[in-house]
Design a protein around this ligand. Structure first.
Ligand code: CUA
Length: 183
């Protein structure tokens, strides 16, 4: 019971004010327009990726990523000896995010397609590929799969763009895209 109840108790049966109706219609139409834009960007934009997602477990995913890195490792780099992994064209490739790195480093061939799997072993991270600015939220327990075809050679950086604690700013990774082998 309100302290000062309205004089007319059944106020909700009043007709809606005209101006209010206009605002409701405008907001609804704008909502539809934004929804349409979301779908349109998926088709004409370059950043909304058509990815698949599957349930997994951190330990299952780690085992797959480690087996992958072991199998196709070509060298190590950096002080920490992070493996550089060069899978064959068309292969399933794995990147894992964890506090605080993207692991391993990939070496892919330009013009070839790969099935890129990404998951997190601990917290939520933001996979952000630079400078092309491709972004995807990475959750533990979910395996995201993207079909990618690198179209320019060079070195691409992966940064984490979802705050994940004290080492967030150091959470980086790398993808090399190399020219196709002549043979
Ligand atoms: Cu991982 Cu921020």
């Amino acid at each position: 019971m309100a302290v000062t109840p309205p004089a007319q108790q059944i106020w909700w049966k009043e007709p809606v004010e005209r101006v209010e109706l206009v605002w409701i219609v405008l907001a609804f139409v704008w909502g539809l327009a934004m929804f349409g834009t979301m779908i349109a960007w998926h088709i004409v934009g370059k950043q909304n990726l058509a990815n698949e997602a599957y349930r997994t477990l951190p330990e299952t995913y780690m085992a797959k990523a480690e087996a992958f890195a072991e199998k196709y490792k070509v060298r190590e780099e950096g002080k920490t000896g992070v493996p550089v992994v060069r899978p064959p064209a068309g292969a399933d490739v794995y990147i894992l995010g964890r506090l605080w790195e993207w692991w391993p480093v990939l070496e892919l061939e330009k013009g070839q397609s790969y099935r890129l799997h990404i998951s997190s072993l601990d917290w939520q991270h933001g996979f952000s590929l630079q400078p092309v600015n491709i972004n995807i939220q990475v959750h533990p327990g979910y395996e995201h799969v993207l079909t990618i075809t690198p179209d320019q050679a060079g070195q691409f950086a992966i940064v984490c763009n979802e705050y994940c604690g004290i080492g967030h700013h150091q959470m980086t990774g790398k993808i090399y895209v190399v020219e196709r082998n002549p043979q």
